[in-house]
Design a protein. Structure first.
Length: 315
């Protein structure tokens, strides 16, 4: 893993397993910000890390949410209770869900089913006056540094990336895919893109990746997990992922598939391209760890492909 800039701490949220989803703590003089809040179960660890760095919770100025998927935003209300001076900064389309999470919770229950409560617990609302929408190109000052917000749709319509002027770090949420440490043992770095329901938009997803590269960050901080070690090569793999996922959706739509048949077609199509990329990287899908980290991930992407296929059939 690329060494993290000194003033940025990556905190493991222990979401499902260690090394799966994190938060970043940006330390700027006597104030600080979190980027992504993980779930409420990770908040104690986030606060302990913060206090270990010698800070008190009233020094947290911002709790930034890259997008409202619950592994990024689920801990927000709980975190805000601990940080009395903090403001939530997020995409204008994310703010309504932070203020009233009821629709978000209903949607996530469909995706996660029985394990929702165990993964996320209760999702509470944040008071409206503590939530600030950040339009594309707007900035927030933190100590000596400027944080610039970029609208980066594709994975979700409510997604922002955040650029830190001091370290030339770009916090990418899920807009620059995922890179698990456990899948970096092959001849190429392995990254994957999560084509999440309900608004996976392939063209925008690719444009957001290009936009991130064009900003030429020295560091790209992924929420899943840590700093990206392969900006160009990783981006090429992510774009292949997005193209392959889109083709699965297009074919399913052409076949007029619906319901279980549609989901099964998407499951198989997504698994096929994931196997192709794993083989390219020299990773063995029959290895238990590879299977756990790469293959079990696919449920969300295949659901996103199925939703896109349904959208294409209605278009
Ligand atoms: Zn997401």
């Amino acid at each position: 893993m690329v060494e993290s800039p000194e003033s940025i701490v990556n905190i493991d949220g222990h979401y499902y397993y260690p090394g799966r989803a994190g938060s970043y703590l940006i330390i700027a003089g006597d104030e600080a910000a979190f980027v992504d809040n993980n779930t409420r179960f990770s908040v104690p660890n986030m606060m302990q890390t913060f206090e270990r760095e010698g800070f008190s919770p009233d020094q947290v100025r911002y709790c930034i949410v890259t997008h409202v998927h619950l592994d990024h935003s689920g801990g927000t209300a709980e975190l805000m209770k601990h940080c009395p001076n903090a403001t939530v900064l997020c995409h204008p389309k994310a703010s309504p869900h932070i203020i009233d999470p009821s629709k978000l919770v209903a949607g996530a229950r469909v995706v996660y089913g029985d394990i929702f409560d165990e993964l996320y617990g209760e999702i509470e609302a944040v008071a409206e006056e503590r939530v600030q929408s950040m339009d594309d190109g707007t900035t927030a000052e933190l100590g000596e540094r400027t944080l610039t917000f970029y609208d980066t749709p594709g994975h979700a319509r409510h997604h922002v990336c955040i650029h830190d002027s001091q370290t030339n770090t770009l916090f990418s949420g899920d807009a620059f895919g995922l890179m698990y440490q456990q899948l970096q043992g092959g001849k190429h770095p392995y990254m994957n893109y999560v084509c999440a329901p309900p608004t996976f938009e392939p063209t925008k997803a690719k444009a957001s990746i290009e936009r991130i590269l064009a900003l030429a960050p020295d560091h790209i901080g992924l929420t899943h997990f840590g700093f990206c070690t392969a900006h160009e090569e990783g981006a090429a793999m992510l774009i292949r992922n997005i193209d392959d996922a889109e083709q699965v959706s297009i074919k399913a739509a052409e076949l007029g598939l619906q319901g279980d048949a549609l989901q099964q077609f998407c499951d198989e199509g997504v698994l096929a391209y994931i196997k192709k990329e794993l083989a390219y990287c020299g990773l063995d899908i029959h290895d238990d760890a590879v299977n756990q980290w790469a293959v079990n991930e696919n449920q969300v992407t295949s659901q996103g492909c199925a939703v896109l296929a349904t959208r294409l059939q209605k278009a």
